[in-house]
Design a binder for this molecule. Sequence first.
Ligand SMILES: N[C@H](CCC[C@H](N)C(=O)O)C(=O)O
Length: 276
Amino acid sequence: MRLKFTKMHGLGNDFVMIDGITQRVKLTSDKVRQIADRHTGIGCDQLLLVEAPRDPDVDFRYRIYNADGSEVENCGNGARCFARFVRERRLTSKEQILVETAAGVLQLNVQGADQVSVDMGAPVLEPAKIPFQADIQAETYPLEVDGETYTVGAVSMGNPHAVLLVEDVDSAPVERLGAAIECHPRFPARVNVGFLQIIDRGHARLRVFERGVGETRACGTGACAAMVSARIRGLVDEELEITLPGGTLTIHWPGPGEPVTMTGPATAVYHGQIVV
Ligand SMILES: N[C@H](CCC[C@H](N)C(=O)O)C(=O)O
């Protein structure tokens, strides 16, 4: 199968974007892993497949695959790149785009320059819906990992996130602890793991060990989940600038039951074709 693709990134979280509307695409987990491989394929954190919507009131559907081949529910940086991709491929000229994901319908707002703002929907905090094993919902939970007990927040942005507060993200044990928590048995669908350093009530730094990928240079849903967890703990205001290794996202969340809005860049790098 010969596929045209566009390589894009959101703050260094990189994607292979595939138009499954004007191309016949049949993906398997093996083919996704082959495409995502940074030595023998194109290389990416996620592969994003654009399809026609199932709901006639929505503009598109897009499916999200991690580099390990797993299909997942949501991708914040990917949503921004998706919005620019469908406009650049002339699949739409809209500036406000509705797209179905496995997590639900997102509204994307293409702004000037390369900025895109996404209504990411309301976070989910009930443990069973994250999913996370806990007797009651709480702001934080004790989590035993390799004999040590850590304090974590647990939030779903359609996909599951664990959030740990750290003094300094640069020295946080992202690789070791991220890998251990990603596969922790209390997260039955595995989990993305965020390490959050609060600077003040309007600024924070974040590193994310992503489910199915490892540490990425940025994670949009991770930034949203980290903001929600910090806000329910009373540590930040309703607008937070979050700086990740790849750059800064602006996250806005008024509070429980309200949608989280994420704003940031989306960048196209090159176009190509691959035979898989
Ligand atoms: N690894 C995530 C999906 C991609 C999320 C991230 N790239 C983002 O920008 O939100 C998961 O397994 O839920």
